[in-house]
Write a protein that binds this ligand. Sequence first.
Ligand SMILES: [Zn+2]
Length: 237
Amino acid sequence: MSTELLFRADAYLKTETAQVVAVHERGIEIDRTIFYPAGGGQAGDSGHLLRANGERIVIADTRKGDAIDQVLHVPAPGMPQPAPGETLTLEIDWQRRYAMMRLHTALHVMSCVVVAPVTGGNIAPDKARLDFDIDMSLLNAEKIERETNAMIARGVETETVWISDEELDVRPELVKTMSVQPPRGAGRVRLLSIPGIDLQPCGGTHVKNTAEIGGIRVLRIRNEGKRNKRVEIALAK
Ligand SMILES: [Zn+2]
């Protein structure tokens, strides 16, 4: 069963209502969701589902199911089980998600400061990282921080753009992430555009304007292997 992914059109939805579709050992499925399932290096959302009787079902994690756009809301241990057909009020842990939206968008900007193939990445609420296939001597924390923050400070509006699989096939340069190819088969691919800065396939959640990031700090740069030079960042404040 696929879920309508409301965060794709509006990453700022903090609460919504939805109907329970199925409940099983892997999690709760609902017809539409604002919970982002872990993917593309970004952690899954936490939050809660509120029942009409006032009971709260704490959601510890959100994951992708096996089907396209299938989302599994994973309850914390010991939570009450809703019934199929029941209407729930969804609420995500907004502070946590918003921090990840800011960090995620910051990684897009940083990937245009460090110009090298991306071999990995991760976004958690408190820090984020990208791995690059680059020589360590070319990575300078102070320079990366200064140039990334200068781009962020331009206050550029971000945009979601959809292109067909065929259009992406003729523009392979758009795919910077060697380890993760964008999902094919749905006929179209979602891109994040930061005009004048970055354009690449991405299904994650982003801020509307780079100014919302505020700024970043480079926490450390580490050699994680021949093709993995890791740059780890946090929000400046
Ligand atoms: Zn993204």
